[in-house]
Design a protein around this ligand. Structure first.
Ligand code: PMP
Length: 301
């Protein structure tokens, strides 16, 4: 993620990443009390562009509000700083990781009255690779949305992701598929899930999922292509009637799913709606195509 000449933004300054450290008495470390984003920048004909910077930084602000972490930066400032971190690291195709946390030594369970901000960047290939995924329904559920603000990207929520993903891999699968507390399919540990049936697209509605920005982009692209989309609850058994499936996320992009446990999807991914959307998505983020609804918010400095 960093080497001796990597630069990060930390609390108002651009510093060598090696010096961006946090003490072990930090409230965030003890309680998972931090929020973050995962954003990507791409090389486009117009130069380096951060895809949907505005949406990501609005979600970061929303996550801060959900857990009561103050954030002193506007969306515009966060976007400008992100472009500068990329530039100082001579990076174009890169992953951007903003983290808002409470470094103050504090063992209380009271919301922090000040926060710290890290913006780090690194080169990161597709997070789930580019081979079709073999998923398994996890014995772990997504967190109860009445217990935690599930639509916020809270660090502590990712303990659920880590244990679900690790358990799936221990059983020989590539990734987990998690249900909500009522047994409906929710999402993966770090990506949303879609399936195709009779030329139409289905995905879980908001409620027990992180409403992915890639999910929104893909829904927009599908609607623009005239494909009916359904945001509705479904149980894993319903996947027996699906012909194809895929996952979406900023880090994972659009990645095909070969199977969920013993359910094998018949349609070759490249001929499925997901395959078509995967190429539209690549064209969009790299500025080779435009979309009515999906845009690059935030300009470089
Ligand atoms: N669900 C979870 C649990 C995630 O961590 C992510 C990655 N941020 C997603 C879905 C996909 O969200 P996005 O498309 O905004 O990256």
């Amino acid at each position: 993620y960093y080497s001796s000449n990597t630069v990060a933004f930390l609390d108002g300054e651009f510093v060598p990443a090696e010096q961006a450290t946090c003490g072990v008495y930090a409230q965030s470390l003890h309680y998972g009390y931090a929020v973050f984003e995962g954003i990507r920048a791409y090389g486009t004909p117009a130069g380096t562009r951060i895809f949907k910077a505005e949406e990501h930084y609005q979600r970061l602000q929303y996550s801060c509000r959900c857990v009561g972490l103050p954030l002193e930066y506007s969306v515009e400032e966060l976007t400008r700083i992100s472009y500068e971190v990329l530039e100082r690291n001579h990076l174009t195709d890169a992953y951007i990781r903003p983290l808002v946390y409470a470094a103050t030594p504090n063992m209380s369970l009271k919301a922090a009255n000040r926060s710290n901000l890290l913006i780090a960047v690194w080169e990161w290939g597709k997070y789930l690779g580019d081979q079709l995924l073999r998923l398994t329904v996890s014995p772990y559920e997504r967190p109860n949305p009445k217990a935690v603000p599930i639509e916020a990207k809270v660090a502590g929520h990712y303990v659920n992701s880590i244990i679900a993903s690790t358990e799936a891999k221990q059983r020989g699968y590539d990734e987990a598929l998690l249900l909500d507390l009522h047994g409906y399919v929710a999402e993966g540990p770090g990506a949303n899930f879609f399936f195709e049936r009779n030329g139409e697209l289905y995905t879980a509605p908001q409620g027990s999922i992180l409403r992915g920005i890639t999910r929104n982009t893909v829904l927009d692209l599908a609607r623009e292509a005239g494909i009916p989309v359904h945001e509705q609850l479904f149980r894993p058994e319903e996947l027996r009637t699906a012909s194809a499936a895929f996952m979406t996320g900023t880090a994972a992009e659009v990645i095909g799913v070969a199977s969920v446990d013993d359910i094998v999807f018949e349609k070759p991914f490249q001929h499925s709606i997901g395959g078509m959307l995967a190429s539209h998505y690549q064209a969009l983020v790299t500025g080779q195509a435009v979309s009515r609804s999906a845009s690059f918010a935030g300009q470089p400095r």
